[in-house]
Design a protein around this ligand. Sequence first.
Ligand SMILES: [Zn+2]
Length: 149
Amino acid sequence: MENRRVPAAGRPPLSARRAPRGNREAGGRAQPASGSDPARLALEDPWIRCRACGAGIARPADRIAVGGRHRHRFANPYGIVFEIGCFAAAEGCTAVGNPTEEFTWFSGYRWRVALCAACRVHLGWRFSAAAGKGFFGLILERLVEPPPG
Ligand SMILES: [Zn+2]
């Protein structure tokens, strides 16, 4: 049961939904209906999208707070500053590499690089704790928010 919505660790389950630029929600029924809430589908299932290619990455409902905040600002060891948002899931991301604790921004969490599953641009990191809990920290300027309302 825990595998039902497993984050896209190795495979991009939703890459088929990638829509051409400027044409979000073309077609729009690529998913099996299991457990879908009709009210939610009526909202056109908004996606937070990859700025580079337009693929759906995460949903607004996937946003979470970690350490009390959704947004965090960090610098990597090279001094590059990233503003990231935390997401419980990011179905359009694929995590690559081996988990490491080096320079981790969230103590107790290891990280892997998270790429857009469609165009492979670097979108952020997947953080995971020893207990198996985890989340995505995604670089906000590399995403496009769905229009409000
Ligand atoms: Zn992309």
